[in-house]
Design a protein around this ligand. Sequence first.
Ligand code: PSU
Ligand code: MN
Length: 303
Amino acid sequence: MIDIQYSAEVRTAKDAGQPIVALESTIITHGMPYPQNIEVAAQVQQDVRDAGAVPATMAVIKGKLHVGLEDDQLKALGQAQGVAKISRADMAACMSTSGTGATTVAATMIAARYAGIEVFATGGIGGVHQGAETSFDISADLHELAQTPVTVVAAGAKAILDLAKTLEVLETLGVPVIAHGQDEFPAFWSAKSPYPAPLRMDSAEDIAKAHATRRALGLPGGQLVANPIPDADQIPAEELAPIIAAAQSDADTHRITGKGVTPYLLQRIYEQTGGRSLTANIALVRNNARLAAGIAIALTKSA
Ligand code: PSU
Ligand code: MN
């Protein structure tokens, strides 16, 4: 048995059967610069509350799995140096060696399932990287979606990835990819991509029903809900394309590999857009938090 450290708020919500939304912490430690990372994390938690659910930000702190962070814990994590980025492969080792690590989408799903939380909001999932045919860089997030029954709300996959290959792998793995309110798969900083999403749903209730039906069928694995960035906050894909290409080529030149790739690319794009990529990132995460709260509420009502 793992001794989970619940925040006071999450503990109360669990006891009362209230809707809870899981949140990841890699976006805080490896996805956004300090101090915006802490402000955004607190804001996203508040967005979940304002929408009627309770936020549970996940992290491993000194070997303990935390489900929900107190304010001081969140602040410390956001400023700490050398925090590990933990995915499925690293989670147990981080805990067993009393390490401190931020959870990626994959690790957050594992933590959520363990804590009985079925809905999770993030920015973008990891996916198949450009050049994967030679690098084999495919995020463990995709395999996690295939085996852990959590509905993940994201703004599609980051445009730094190969979206066509990412969609193919998700199809192979049997992961339902549901675009919210549009036919196209969204591309993180842009609402639309050239690729149609395999499924479309227009309400949180419909998404909750599909989740509950998968549960009733006993299907392992979760759903990916692809929620487009709000119109006003988009960065046009044409504008980003050369910036992404340059960032990718820098990553290749500097031989960045493995876990380092995604944080490196995000940081380069942040610098090259004069911070606009971060503004868009914040808007889309908040938008996802609100939809995830709606799904968690609908699931609680139908239970
Ligand atoms: N989305 C963001 N910023 C991030 C990430 C996603 O807006 O930092 C993180 C998530 O934690 C995701 C991880 O699980 O990047 C994917 O990393 P990799 O490509 O190494 O699997
Ligand atoms: Mn990778």
